[in-house]
Design a protein around this ligand. Structure first.
Ligand code: GTP
Ligand code: MG
Length: 194
């Protein structure tokens, strides 16, 4: 996709702040620190449109970014960061449940996992949750630059098996550091944008 424009729009905590034009939305999901915000920056050829962090738990709200005036990337706070209080975790759960259960404009979810590790219990639960609500899931295994190519195939198979991906379900290898998988990820996303 040719990126003509990409801008931050709003950080939403609930439906009252969601945009109202009815444009399709592509949401990011994945554990905290897996690389969701970096993924958006890489896809949009921008270094710092979305704030990234060494510190997990950075993205706290649903951050909307409008692309080419026609669809949104929605950066969603990650799960699995231990130092979040029980109260904050519950608020996170309610916000996410509402968004994923009710948002009509949600066209597909980009679910990021780390290629280096087998999916966590929470990765598996999130995949089930998204599938339960009927959302198309594009699974992306990121940080490929951190392991040797010789391990890609084996790790890919483990991710497919543990998440219960069907043969036709996408699993794209990606790196925000060297751009691997960017074109393939765009093709997958574009297939849900009409
Ligand atoms: P939260 O907002 O806390 O949920 O995290 P996030 O999923 O948005 O992760 P973020 O994009 O902030 O990245 C977390 C850390 O991982 C940063 O230090 C990034 O530089 C690093 N990172 C992200 N993607 C990649 C990648 O493809 N390769 C490598 N080596 N590091 C990456
Ligand atoms: Mg983030």
């Amino acid at each position: 996709m040719k990126i003509k424009q990409a801008d931050y729009v709003i950080s939403a905590v609930g439906p009252a702040q969601y945009p109202t034009e009815g444009f399709p939305e592509i949401a990011l999901s994945g554990r905290s620190n897996v690389g969701k915000s970096s993924f958006i920056n890489t896809m949009l050829n921008r270094r710092n449109l979305v704030r990234i962090s060494e510190k997990p738990g950075k993205t706290q709200k649903l951050n909307y970014f409008i692309v080419n005036g026609s669809f949104y990337f929605v950066d969603v706070p990650g799960y699995g960061y231990a130092k979040v209080s029980k109260k904050d975790r519950e608020a996170w759960g309610r916000m996410l449940e509402k968004y994923f259960a009710e948002r009509q404009e949600l066209s597909a979810v980009v679910h990021l996992v780390d290629l280096r590790h087998p999916p966590s219990k929470q990765d598996i639960q999130m995949h089930e949750f998204l599938t339960y609500y009927g959302h198309p899931v594009i699974t992306i295994a990121t940080k490929t630059d951190k392991i040797p190519k010789s391990k890609f195939q084996k790790h890919k198979q483990i991710i497919r098996r543990d998440l219960g991906l069907k043969p036709d379900d996408p699993l794209i290898l990606f790196s925000s550091f060297n751009g691997m998988g960017k074109e393939e990820a765009w093709r997958a996303i574009e297939s849900f944008l009409n």
